[in-house]
Design a protein around this ligand. Structure first.
Ligand code: NAP
Length: 327
């Protein structure tokens, strides 16, 4: 008889209330995969986009939401040598984290940092994979450079501020309230700009301009980011919260030798994600072990309260990460 588990599914595209608890079969590990008995699942903005019908899972991925989780290895598939049943891991998922069990490639999982519990560890994969690959691998941030990250109080932003700071960059950020700006300063930002009161273009240009910008806002931020970049600066686009379309003059890209790039994590190949996991294990896990960098925790909800967790995220009242307690 097939064993079943509790999971949260998206019953139809819509608001938080379309998230409902259901029963699903426990997944079997495929070649190279492990199945995690989930303790906690991280909540990310892309989950809300998927729920609203704006971010479909890639082919072959679970239709259940949830891009990261922590827990104990429950089963290992053929070819898995690095993990054994009972190991504690946190893993980047192709989907399916809002459930008691989830399957994911073994190479996308990492050990728990020293001294870190399962709750905090569940909040590492999605933002750390995204930030490291976009800021350092793609954006090439170096010590001493000026780095601007928008949405500094978000899951992505709080991670980016800490990592850029730890690797010796000068960090500037935008956030939507005085409280959020203070949280960004506490994490190591040199300057936090309340974008409702100040023009980030003027502030950052006065400080020499940004060598690298990580942007999730898009819309009119695109030409404003271009104006904010120093000569030879780079813009990395990871989302378009206010839309991807804008009319702009690209002449500055040529005359000031700017670079514009971007990426989304989820549709990348298993190999590409495994390479990011290897980079993180080498470059970032020692910082987590030492406590130099840590996830910023906002709030915890039970699995059954996934709708409330999404409502909290979409209210933008949060600072840092929201997590679901599954077991
Ligand atoms: N490309 C990828 O692979 C990838 C992976 C993961 C996440 N993402 C994207 O990264 C973004 C952050 O994700 P998350 O999970 O960390 O979500 P989140 O915590 O909900 O972050 C969204 C943030 O956007 C900020 N924001 C909204 N309008 C802004 C504006 N005009 N100026 C500056 N900040 C603004 C909000 O701050 P205020 O409340 O202060 O406005 C909030 O902190 C999302 O758009 C998500 O889709 C991309």
């Amino acid at each position: 008889m097939t064993k079943t588990m509790r999971a949260v599914e998206i019953t139809e595209p819509g608001g938080p209330d379309v998230l409902k608890v259901t029963e699903r079969p426990i997944p079997e590990p495929q070649h190279g995969q492990i199945v995690i008995r989930v303790a906690y699942a991280g909540v990310n903005r892309p989950d809300a986009l998927q729920r609203a019908g704006a971010y479909a899972p890639p082919p072959g991925a679970s239709d259940l939401p949830g891009l990261e989780a922590s827990g104990e290895v429950y089963a290992v598939g053929d070819g898995v040598t690095q993990w054994a049943v009972g190991d504690q891991v946190c893993g980047l998922l192709p989907g399916g984290g809002y459930a008691e069990y989830v399957a994911t490639p073994a190479a996308h999982c990492l050990r728990l940092p020293k001294g870190m519990g399962l709750k905090e560890a569940a909040c590492l994969p999605e933002t750390f994979f995204t930030v490291f690959s976009n800021v350092f691998n793609r954006g090439g941030l170096k010590a001493g450079e000026r780095f601007l990250v928008h949405g500094g109080s978000s899951g992505i932003g709080t991670t980016a501020i800490q990592l850029a700071n730890a690797f010796g960059a000068r960090v500037f950020t935008t956030a939507g309230s005085a409280e959020k700006c203070q949280a960004c300063l506490d994490l190591g930002a040199e300057r936090a700009i309340n974008y409702r009161e100040e023009d980030f273009v003027e502030v950052v240009k006065d400080m020499g301009g940004a060598d690298l910008i990580l942007d999730m806002v898009g819309g009119d931020y695109i030409p404003r980011n271009i104006r904010t970049l120093a000569d030879d600066g780079r813009l990395v686009q990871i989302a378009f919260l206010t839309g991807p379309k804008v009319e702009m003059n690209f002449a500055q890209v040529m005359t000031r030798r700017l670079m514009i790039t971007g990426s989304t994590l989820r549709p990348q190949s298993d190999l590409a994600k495994a390479r990011i996991a290897t980079d993180l294990a080498e470059a970032v896990w020692p910082l987590l072990d030492a406590g130099t960098v840590a996830p910023v925790m906002d709030s915890e909800f039970a699995l059954e309260e996934a709708a409330a967790a999404h409502a909290r995220m979409e209210s933008s009242g949060h600072i840092g990460k929201i997590v679901l307690k599954v077991a």
